[in-house]
Structures are given as C-alpha cells and as structure tokens.
Design a protein. Sequence first.
Length: 240
Amino acid sequence: MEKGLVLQLRNRVFSKAGYNVALIARNADYLNSFAEEIRADGGEAHPFPISNYAATSIKDAFAAIKTQWPASPLRVALFNTAYGRWKVCDLRFSTRYPLTFVMFRHVQQPFMEITTEEIQESIDTNIVAAFAFAHEVIAAFKALDADQGTGTRGTLLFTGASAAVQPTAINSVLAVGKFGLRALAQSLAKEFGKEDIHVAHVVVDGNIVTDLSRPFIPANKLEDPAGTLNPNSIGNARTS
C-alpha cells in the first residue's frame, strides 16, 4: 500500500516525535493497516473505527481514546475527511478508503444533476463532522496548561482542498463543504488563538499521487514528476 499524505504526516511528524497516534475513520480494515504500518516503523498507534461521522460517534471515539491512553494529553489533532460528488463513468468502486470514490474515468457533477441529499452529505461530512471533532479537541486543549516546549496548549489542523479557495465550475458539492470548513477553521483560530490554542486550515494545491488519486490523474502528469506531488516528499519537507 502506498503511503498517502496523512499517513506520512502521522508517521513522520507525530509518531516519530513520540506521540501516540489515534486513527479515526469509518473503514476499520483501512485503519488497522494504518496502525500496523506505524507500529512496524516503531511508533505507537491504535484504530478507533466509527460507523458514521455523526457527533455522537465522534464523541464516543474521543472517549475511547481517553480510555486507551488515560495519561497522554491531546496536543495535536488533524481532521482529514471530505465528501465530493463525481459523475459515474466507470462502475468500479473502491471502498478501501474512509471516503468512497468511483475509480477510473470520472467527471465532476454538473450543478443541475446534483441532489439535495448530496449537498446535505457534503455539509454533514465536511462541516458538521468537523464541528463535532473540533468541539471535542478544543475542550481537551482547554483543560491543559501550555506545553513548555511549544508554548501552546494544542494544535488543531484541518486539511482543505483547492475547492475551498477557488472551486471549478462543476465542483459545487465539494466546494460548499470545503468553503464551510475553511470558514470554521478561520473563526476558531481567531477565537482560541488568544488562549494558546492554534488552529490552521491547510491546502496543498496540486495532484498528490496515492493509491486513491492515481486513477484520476492524467497520464501525462503521472509521467512527469514535476506535474505531481509525492506524499513522501511532503512529509519530508514538513519534518526538515
């Protein structure tokens, strides 16, 4: 399995620095493989699968994390969930990842073909779930004193998308959710920065080559390293 960006950051930045790594997502098998790979590399990780991204499920996951590591304070949290809509061009699906995509050829969904349910799913996954996640994280941070090494009580990171800043013409489902996520992150940063709680919204604007994204990237870009981003290189840059 190729390592994606999130695994690189968790593995290189967090586990390598001695953090216990809690993994939350809907796909238990995928989480287990992540945790096993981190442990094999000398880190400490544990999967916490959930059935959905409802607030109650996220709250239960954080309770389980506290039970797993009662003496370990939460210092860094990364929210990396998304929902977009793509028109089906090839009926081959992948459910390997927390986010289910149609594999092979795809086009983004025109606005007039989008349903209310799909917009609601984007809002629930990108915004409501992020709100619930942030609520648990910030509550945990507020109970801590500032770390002597960093001077902060905790850091909350949200991974965004190019659609959060400049969406394409037929990417409204993802754009709605990602714009909302960006707004949430900016508001939280302004509210809690003065309490030594750092909040950041991060966009890596380019084609990151992973098992999930590879079928969607044009062949000419895959053949030219300058046209894509390598998750290993991004992880190395973050730790340099």
